[in-house]
Design a protein around this ligand. Structure first.
Ligand SMILES: [Zn+2]
Length: 221
């Protein structure tokens, strides 16, 4: 038992049921680690995310966020939660869950910026266990940059690019085969979930006086 006042062990035996402190001299060093147990991510999932990110980028240069779900029998599913987007932020409703499915992560885009996990992302993902994927450099589409990390209890671990099926490398960028992108469609319902309200169509530029908005927290898987 890891408690605020130290480590305890519960000894439940035939003759006693006790909770006692662990003696520090009994302990050895431990190294943090995390092994991703999910099956490889199909190229179609990344392709759908990338295409949505590109569509949203073309409309208002904005970011966008998808939730990644997993079911043992049916595999991966993406949802696009209701969200307000602009070129620097995305604020989404993380309460939209799929029955019987586990939300195992997020995929969000950074527009023309490179893919990395910003301080905002770190804060948002601090208590949100899951695989968090950032897509960037969408002005270079179909090439893009990507960063993928697991967040577990506020600690972060890299996700090996080999987890992504069909992912090709070109210099510092990634791409997917044309055939994968061409056979991938985006549900129209996804687009209706995205509100570009922070974007001024007239000037083609983001409002300067917008309020910064952070992420809502998604359900911990
Ligand atoms: Zn971000």
């Amino acid at each position: 038992v890891a408690a605020k006042n130290g480590l305890f062990i519960r000894k439940k035996m035939r003759w006693v049921d006790a909770v006692v402190k662990v003696r520090s001299e009994d302990l050895v060093d431990e190294k943090m680690s995390a092994q991703l147990l999910l099956p490889p991510l199909p190229a179609s999932i990344l392709a759908q995310s990338l295409k949505l990110a590109k569509v949203v980028f073309d409309v208002s240069k904005s970011e966008v966020c998808l939730l990644l779900h997993f079911h043992e029998a049916t595999g991966y599913h993406l949802t696009v939660p209701l969200q307000e987007v602009d070129p620097g932020h995305v604020h989404y409703d993380a309460s939209m869950h799929l029955p019987d499915m586990m939300c195992v992560g997020t995929i969000h885009s950074h527009g023309a910026l490179r893919a990395y996990h910003s301080n905002t992302d770190f804060v948002d993902e601090r208590f949100t266990d899951g695989v968090h994927i950032t897509l960037g450099c969408l002005h270079r589409y179909p090439k893009f940059t990507m960063s993928a990390e697991m967040a577990v209890n506020g600690f972060r671990f890299p996700v090996d690019p080999s987890w992504f099926e069909g992912l090709k490398t070109l210099g510092d960028s990634y791409y997917l085969e044309d055939a994968v992108l061409e056979s991938t469609e985006i549900p129209t319902s996804w687009l209706t979930a995205i509100d570009h309200r922070h974007y001024e169509n007239k000037s083609n530029r983001p409002r300067r006086n917008r309020k910064s908005s952070g992420y809502a927290f998604m359900q911990t898987p």
